[in-house]
Ligand binder design. Structure first.
Ligand code: CDP
Ligand code: MG
Length: 136
């Protein structure tokens, strides 16, 4: 069964820094995900800590929040059929070394922390994450 969903995508600092924004956007567009909203911003470490608070007990939490706030990022709302899981599929595994061929993380990811993109992992989290970046 297919359903139209929205999901939050973030192009992380490592990919923005390497001028990969257009290439990554084109992967979404070619795969019929519509970019409904987009903005380039830099968030504070406190904001990154709020965004990633589900990971607060993890050993990598501090570094993760420092990293996400270390430079400009591009946040996007993607819309399409089964967008949440479909975007996760386009992204590939968290660790670029384990990601399938032609996924964004396989193509562009540098390491498990500098893995180029974030994508919501459920419809509920997508709603919260979209609100986080695009509340008026
Ligand atoms: O991003 P994804 O949902 O695939 O992975 P996650 O388990 O929700 O972890 C969030 C982010 O934390 C990852 O994208 C990595 O950038 C980072 N991470 C890390 O630095 N070291 C790990 N061992 C696991 C995740
Ligand atoms: Mg996650």
């Amino acid at each position: 069964m297919s359903k139209i969903e929205q999901t939050l995508s973030i192009i992380k600092p490592d990919a923005v820094e390497r001028n990969l924004v257009d290439e990554i956007k084109n992967i979404f567009i070619k795969n019929n995900l519509k970019i409904k909203e987009i903005k380039k911003i830099q968030i504070s470490k406190d904001e990154a800590s709020e965004f990633y608070k589900v990971h607060q007990s993890k050993p990598f939490y501090n570094d993760l929040c420092a990293y996400l706030s270390s430079g400009p990022i591009v946040a996007m709302v993607l819309e399409g059929e089964n967008a949440v899981l479909f975007n996760r599929k386009l992204m590939g595994a968290t660790n670029p070394k384990e990601a399938d061929e032609n996924t964004i993380r396989k193509l562009y990811g540098i390491s498990i922390d500098k893995n180029s993109v974030h994508g919501s992992d459920s419809v509920d989290n997508a709603k919260k994450e979209i609100e986080f970046f695009f509340k008026n």
